[in-house]
Design a protein around this ligand. Structure first.
Ligand SMILES: [Zn+2]
Length: 346
Protein backbone atom coordinates (compact mmCIF):
# COMPACT_ATOMS: atom_id res chain seq x y z
CA UNK A 1 0.00 0.00 0.00
CA UNK A 2 1.29 3.50 -0.83
CA UNK A 3 2.07 5.56 2.22
CA UNK A 4 0.12 8.78 2.43
CA UNK A 5 0.86 12.24 3.81
CA UNK A 6 -1.05 15.40 4.67
CA UNK A 7 -0.44 18.38 2.38
CA UNK A 8 -1.93 21.79 1.57
CA UNK A 9 -3.15 21.88 -2.03
CA UNK A 10 -4.41 24.64 -4.33
CA UNK A 11 -7.26 22.44 -5.43
CA UNK A 12 -9.92 24.83 -6.71
CA UNK A 13 -10.03 28.02 -8.73
CA UNK A 14 -11.18 30.08 -5.73
CA UNK A 15 -9.85 31.67 -2.52
CA UNK A 16 -8.22 29.21 -0.08
CA UNK A 17 -6.06 26.10 0.24
CA UNK A 18 -7.23 22.61 1.09
CA UNK A 19 -5.65 19.98 3.37
CA UNK A 20 -5.53 16.69 1.47
CA UNK A 21 -3.91 13.28 1.64
CA UNK A 22 -1.50 12.39 -1.15
CA UNK A 23 1.07 9.62 -1.61
CA UNK A 24 4.51 10.38 -0.15
CA UNK A 25 6.66 11.44 -3.15
CA UNK A 26 9.02 8.90 -4.76
CA UNK A 27 12.55 10.22 -5.17
CA UNK A 28 14.94 9.96 -8.13
CA UNK A 29 18.67 9.10 -7.96
CA UNK A 30 19.72 12.77 -7.51
CA UNK A 31 17.04 13.60 -4.89
CA UNK A 32 16.46 13.38 -1.18
CA UNK A 33 13.19 12.90 0.69
CA UNK A 34 12.78 15.38 3.53
CA UNK A 35 10.36 14.93 6.42
CA UNK A 36 9.10 18.46 7.04
CA UNK A 37 9.25 19.81 10.59
CA UNK A 38 8.30 23.49 10.22
CA UNK A 39 7.21 25.74 7.37
CA UNK A 40 6.83 29.51 7.03
CA UNK A 41 3.89 31.22 5.34
CA UNK A 42 5.17 33.61 2.65
CA UNK A 43 3.58 36.57 0.85
CA UNK A 44 3.70 34.34 -2.24
CA UNK A 45 1.48 31.80 -0.44
CA UNK A 46 -0.96 34.61 0.38
CA UNK A 47 -1.14 35.50 -3.34
CA UNK A 48 -1.88 31.82 -4.08
CA UNK A 49 -4.44 31.66 -1.27
CA UNK A 50 -6.16 34.80 -2.64
CA UNK A 51 -5.95 33.37 -6.18
CA UNK A 52 -5.10 36.79 -7.59
CA UNK A 53 -4.19 37.60 -11.21
CA UNK A 54 -0.53 36.67 -10.74
CA UNK A 55 -1.22 33.29 -9.15
CA UNK A 56 -3.90 32.37 -11.74
CA UNK A 57 -1.21 32.76 -14.40
CA UNK A 58 1.76 31.31 -12.50
CA UNK A 59 0.34 28.39 -10.51
CA UNK A 60 -1.28 25.24 -11.87
CA UNK A 61 -4.26 23.85 -9.96
CA UNK A 62 -3.60 20.73 -7.91
CA UNK A 63 -0.14 21.80 -6.78
CA UNK A 64 1.11 21.36 -3.20
CA UNK A 65 2.00 24.90 -2.04
CA UNK A 66 4.73 26.29 0.26
CA UNK A 67 8.47 26.82 -0.14
CA UNK A 68 9.83 27.92 3.26
CA UNK A 69 10.77 24.87 5.32
CA UNK A 70 13.05 22.98 7.65
CA UNK A 71 13.10 19.22 8.10
CA UNK A 72 15.25 16.12 8.19
CA UNK A 73 16.49 13.81 5.45
CA UNK A 74 14.74 10.43 5.59
CA UNK A 75 15.69 8.93 2.21
CA UNK A 76 18.64 9.48 -0.12
CA UNK A 77 18.85 8.94 -3.88
CA UNK A 78 21.33 6.40 -5.26
CA UNK A 79 23.72 9.02 -6.70
CA UNK A 80 23.74 11.38 -3.68
CA UNK A 81 27.10 11.22 -1.92
CA UNK A 82 27.45 14.01 0.64
CA UNK A 83 24.19 13.88 2.63
CA UNK A 84 23.21 11.52 5.43
CA UNK A 85 19.95 10.15 6.84
CA UNK A 86 18.77 12.22 9.80
CA UNK A 87 20.60 15.37 8.59
CA UNK A 88 18.58 18.48 9.56
CA UNK A 89 18.17 20.75 6.58
CA UNK A 90 16.44 23.59 4.81
CA UNK A 91 16.58 24.11 1.06
CA UNK A 92 16.66 26.49 -1.87
CA UNK A 93 13.19 26.65 -3.41
CA UNK A 94 14.36 27.66 -6.87
CA UNK A 95 15.03 24.58 -8.98
CA UNK A 96 17.49 25.61 -11.64
CA UNK A 97 18.33 24.11 -15.00
CA UNK A 98 21.77 23.41 -16.40
CA UNK A 99 21.37 24.64 -19.97
CA UNK A 100 21.15 28.41 -19.86
CA UNK A 101 24.19 30.64 -20.27
CA UNK A 102 23.67 31.94 -16.72
CA UNK A 103 23.45 28.48 -15.13
CA UNK A 104 26.53 27.31 -17.05
CA UNK A 105 28.36 30.43 -15.85
CA UNK A 106 27.50 29.48 -12.24
CA UNK A 107 25.17 32.46 -11.68
CA UNK A 108 22.37 30.06 -10.78
CA UNK A 109 20.06 32.74 -9.35
CA UNK A 110 19.91 34.38 -12.80
CA UNK A 111 18.85 31.21 -14.62
CA UNK A 112 15.74 32.02 -16.69
CA UNK A 113 14.68 28.35 -16.55
CA UNK A 114 14.12 28.47 -12.78
CA UNK A 115 11.12 26.58 -11.41
CA UNK A 116 9.64 27.52 -8.04
CA UNK A 117 8.93 24.89 -5.39
CA UNK A 118 5.32 25.35 -4.27
CA UNK A 119 4.59 27.47 -7.37
CA UNK A 120 5.57 25.40 -10.43
CA UNK A 121 6.23 22.05 -8.70
CA UNK A 122 4.93 20.40 -5.52
CA UNK A 123 5.99 22.30 -2.43
CA UNK A 124 6.74 22.10 1.26
CA UNK A 125 3.32 22.52 2.92
CA UNK A 126 3.32 18.76 3.41
CA UNK A 127 4.67 16.08 5.70
CA UNK A 128 7.30 15.20 3.08
CA UNK A 129 8.96 16.91 0.12
CA UNK A 130 11.18 15.55 -2.62
CA UNK A 131 14.08 17.91 -3.30
CA UNK A 132 17.17 17.65 -5.52
CA UNK A 133 20.17 17.02 -3.27
CA UNK A 134 21.77 20.06 -4.96
CA UNK A 135 19.08 22.31 -3.41
CA UNK A 136 19.40 20.89 0.09
CA UNK A 137 21.14 23.09 2.68
CA UNK A 138 22.45 21.47 5.88
CA UNK A 139 21.48 23.16 9.14
CA UNK A 140 24.07 23.44 11.90
CA UNK A 141 22.86 22.50 15.42
CA UNK A 142 22.85 26.17 16.47
CA UNK A 143 20.08 27.03 13.98
CA UNK A 144 16.63 26.00 15.25
CA UNK A 145 13.90 24.37 13.15
CA UNK A 146 11.92 27.64 13.37
CA UNK A 147 14.76 29.76 11.98
CA UNK A 148 15.48 26.98 9.47
CA UNK A 149 11.93 27.46 8.20
CA UNK A 150 12.46 31.17 7.44
CA UNK A 151 15.84 31.02 5.72
CA UNK A 152 14.16 31.60 2.35
CA UNK A 153 12.84 35.09 3.30
CA UNK A 154 15.89 35.81 5.47
CA UNK A 155 17.88 34.97 2.35
CA UNK A 156 15.89 37.58 0.40
CA UNK A 157 16.75 40.09 3.14
CA UNK A 158 20.44 39.11 3.12
CA UNK A 159 20.66 39.20 -0.69
CA UNK A 160 19.06 42.67 -0.75
CA UNK A 161 20.95 44.14 2.20
CA UNK A 162 24.38 42.87 1.14
CA UNK A 163 23.98 44.08 -2.47
CA UNK A 164 25.88 47.24 -1.59
CA UNK A 165 28.56 48.03 0.99
CA UNK A 166 26.79 49.05 4.22
CA UNK A 167 29.76 49.60 6.53
CA UNK A 168 29.38 53.04 8.12
CA UNK A 169 26.55 53.92 5.73
CA UNK A 170 23.14 55.44 6.43
CA UNK A 171 20.44 53.08 5.22
CA UNK A 172 16.77 53.69 4.42
CA UNK A 173 14.46 50.67 4.29
CA UNK A 174 10.96 51.20 2.91
CA UNK A 175 8.52 48.50 4.06
CA UNK A 176 8.52 46.98 7.56
CA UNK A 177 7.20 43.55 6.62
CA UNK A 178 9.18 40.57 7.92
CA UNK A 179 11.76 40.83 5.10
CA UNK A 180 12.24 44.59 5.60
CA UNK A 181 12.71 44.05 9.33
CA UNK A 182 15.18 41.20 8.78
CA UNK A 183 17.06 43.37 6.24
CA UNK A 184 17.37 46.03 8.96
CA UNK A 185 18.79 43.40 11.31
CA UNK A 186 21.30 42.35 8.62
CA UNK A 187 22.25 46.01 7.97
CA UNK A 188 22.83 46.51 11.70
CA UNK A 189 24.91 43.30 11.85
CA UNK A 190 26.91 44.36 8.76
CA UNK A 191 27.95 47.67 10.33
CA UNK A 192 25.56 50.33 8.98
CA UNK A 193 25.44 53.63 10.93
CA UNK A 194 21.85 54.95 10.90
CA UNK A 195 19.06 52.59 9.83
CA UNK A 196 15.63 54.09 9.23
CA UNK A 197 12.68 51.89 8.36
CA UNK A 198 9.38 53.30 7.07
CA UNK A 199 5.87 51.90 6.72
CA UNK A 200 2.26 53.03 6.99
CA UNK A 201 1.31 50.17 9.33
CA UNK A 202 2.11 50.94 12.98
CA UNK A 203 1.88 47.27 14.04
CA UNK A 204 4.70 46.40 11.65
CA UNK A 205 6.81 49.32 12.86
CA UNK A 206 6.24 48.20 16.48
CA UNK A 207 7.45 44.74 15.50
CA UNK A 208 10.50 46.30 13.82
CA UNK A 209 11.30 48.17 17.06
CA UNK A 210 11.05 44.88 18.90
CA UNK A 211 13.47 43.06 16.58
CA UNK A 212 16.17 45.55 15.60
CA UNK A 213 17.96 48.69 16.74
CA UNK A 214 16.63 51.03 14.02
CA UNK A 215 14.62 54.25 13.81
CA UNK A 216 11.03 53.65 12.66
CA UNK A 217 8.96 56.24 10.81
CA UNK A 218 5.23 55.95 10.16
CA UNK A 219 5.01 58.06 7.00
CA UNK A 220 1.25 58.49 7.49
CA UNK A 221 1.85 60.62 10.59
CA UNK A 222 5.59 61.41 10.73
CA UNK A 223 7.93 63.26 8.40
CA UNK A 224 10.95 61.42 7.03
CA UNK A 225 12.70 64.77 6.48
CA UNK A 226 12.32 65.62 10.21
CA UNK A 227 13.82 62.25 11.13
CA UNK A 228 16.71 62.88 8.74
CA UNK A 229 17.51 66.25 10.30
CA UNK A 230 17.25 64.77 13.82
CA UNK A 231 19.81 62.15 12.75
CA UNK A 232 21.93 64.91 11.23
CA UNK A 233 21.80 63.39 7.74
CA UNK A 234 22.84 66.43 5.76
CA UNK A 235 22.70 65.00 2.26
CA UNK A 236 20.54 61.93 2.70
CA UNK A 237 20.81 58.15 2.88
CA UNK A 238 23.64 56.32 1.13
CA UNK A 239 21.77 53.08 0.48
CA UNK A 240 18.05 52.33 0.06
CA UNK A 241 16.46 48.89 0.41
CA UNK A 242 13.00 48.95 -1.20
CA UNK A 243 10.82 46.23 0.33
CA UNK A 244 7.28 47.60 0.00
CA UNK A 245 6.39 47.55 -3.70
CA UNK A 246 4.78 50.95 -3.12
CA UNK A 247 5.48 53.60 -5.75
CA UNK A 248 5.06 56.35 -3.15
CA UNK A 249 7.72 54.70 -0.99
CA UNK A 250 10.06 54.28 -3.96
CA UNK A 251 9.72 57.94 -4.98
CA UNK A 252 10.30 59.06 -1.39
CA UNK A 253 13.41 56.90 -1.31
CA UNK A 254 14.77 58.47 -4.50
CA UNK A 255 14.30 61.95 -2.99
CA UNK A 256 15.90 60.95 0.30
CA UNK A 257 19.09 59.45 -1.20
CA UNK A 258 22.45 61.19 -1.55
CA UNK A 259 23.86 61.96 -4.99
CA UNK A 260 25.43 58.70 -6.10
CA UNK A 261 23.13 56.71 -3.77
CA UNK A 262 22.24 53.08 -4.41
CA UNK A 263 18.93 51.21 -4.28
CA UNK A 264 18.45 47.46 -3.95
CA UNK A 265 14.87 46.70 -4.88
CA UNK A 266 13.03 43.57 -3.72
CA UNK A 267 9.50 45.03 -3.54
CA UNK A 268 7.47 44.54 -6.70
CA UNK A 269 5.77 47.78 -7.75
CA UNK A 270 2.54 47.86 -9.77
CA UNK A 271 3.50 47.36 -13.42
CA UNK A 272 3.08 50.94 -14.66
CA UNK A 273 4.51 52.85 -11.71
CA UNK A 274 5.23 56.56 -12.08
CA UNK A 275 8.86 57.28 -11.26
CA UNK A 276 10.67 60.62 -11.30
CA UNK A 277 13.39 59.41 -13.69
CA UNK A 278 15.04 62.83 -13.95
CA UNK A 279 15.95 62.70 -10.23
CA UNK A 280 17.43 59.22 -10.72
CA UNK A 281 19.53 60.48 -13.64
CA UNK A 282 20.66 63.78 -12.07
CA UNK A 283 21.50 62.07 -8.76
CA UNK A 284 23.37 59.26 -10.60
CA UNK A 285 21.45 56.65 -8.61
CA UNK A 286 22.20 52.97 -9.17
CA UNK A 287 19.19 50.63 -8.95
CA UNK A 288 19.59 46.86 -8.64
CA UNK A 289 16.63 44.47 -8.91
CA UNK A 290 16.76 41.55 -6.48
CA UNK A 291 15.16 38.17 -7.05
CA UNK A 292 15.54 35.21 -4.73
CA UNK A 293 18.89 34.41 -3.18
CA UNK A 294 22.35 34.00 -4.69
CA UNK A 295 22.74 30.24 -4.93
CA UNK A 296 24.49 29.41 -2.68
CA UNK A 297 26.56 32.42 -1.58
CA UNK A 298 23.59 34.08 0.17
CA UNK A 299 22.95 30.83 2.08
CA UNK A 300 26.60 30.64 3.13
CA UNK A 301 26.71 34.23 4.43
CA UNK A 302 23.32 33.93 6.11
CA UNK A 303 24.27 30.80 8.03
CA UNK A 304 27.61 32.26 9.11
CA UNK A 305 25.91 35.46 10.32
CA UNK A 306 23.32 33.43 12.28
CA UNK A 307 26.09 31.38 13.85
CA UNK A 308 27.93 34.59 14.77
CA UNK A 309 24.93 36.19 16.52
CA UNK A 310 22.54 37.65 13.93
CA UNK A 311 19.21 37.31 15.75
CA UNK A 312 15.93 37.52 13.84
CA UNK A 313 13.96 35.13 16.07
CA UNK A 314 11.52 37.81 17.27
CA UNK A 315 10.27 38.29 13.71
CA UNK A 316 8.37 35.01 14.24
CA UNK A 317 5.15 36.08 15.94
CA UNK A 318 3.03 32.92 15.82
CA UNK A 319 3.39 29.14 15.59
CA UNK A 320 0.47 26.84 14.84
CA UNK A 321 -0.05 23.15 14.11
CA UNK A 322 -0.38 22.62 10.33
CA UNK A 323 -4.01 21.49 10.68
CA UNK A 324 -4.86 25.00 11.92
CA UNK A 325 -3.45 26.56 8.75
CA UNK A 326 -6.58 28.67 8.19
CA UNK A 327 -5.84 30.53 11.41
CA UNK A 328 -2.32 31.26 10.16
CA UNK A 329 -3.46 32.54 6.78
CA UNK A 330 -6.18 34.68 8.35
CA UNK A 331 -3.62 36.27 10.69
CA UNK A 332 -1.37 37.03 7.71
CA UNK A 333 -4.30 38.43 5.73
CA UNK A 334 -5.15 40.82 8.57
CA UNK A 335 -1.69 42.45 8.01
CA UNK A 336 0.70 43.54 10.72
CA UNK A 337 1.87 40.05 11.70
CA UNK A 338 5.46 38.82 11.56
CA UNK A 339 6.39 35.38 10.25
CA UNK A 340 3.95 32.59 10.99
CA UNK A 341 5.30 29.07 11.40
CA UNK A 342 3.30 25.89 10.77
CA UNK A 343 4.37 22.78 12.64
CA UNK A 344 3.98 19.59 10.57
CA UNK A 345 4.98 17.18 13.33
CA UNK A 346 1.76 17.94 15.25
ZN1 LIG B 1 8.94 32.96 0.61
Amino acid sequence: MTEMMRCLVKDKSEVGLWMQRRPIPKIGPEDVLIRIRKTGICGTDIHIWNWDDWSRKAVSLGIITGHEFSGEIVEIGANVKDLKLGQRCSGEGHLIGNKSRQARAGTFHLDPETMGVGVNTDGAFAEYIRLPAFNTVKLPESISDEIGAILDPLGNAVHTALSFDLVGEDVLITGAGPIGIMAAAVARFAGARNIVITDINQERLDLANNVVDAVTVNVMSQSLTDTMSKLNLKQGFDVGLEMSGSSAAFNQMVSALVTGGKIAMLGIPPSKTEVDWSQIVFKSIIIKGIYGREIFETWYKMIVMLERGLDVSKVITKEIPANKYKEGFNTMLAGGSGKIIMDWAH
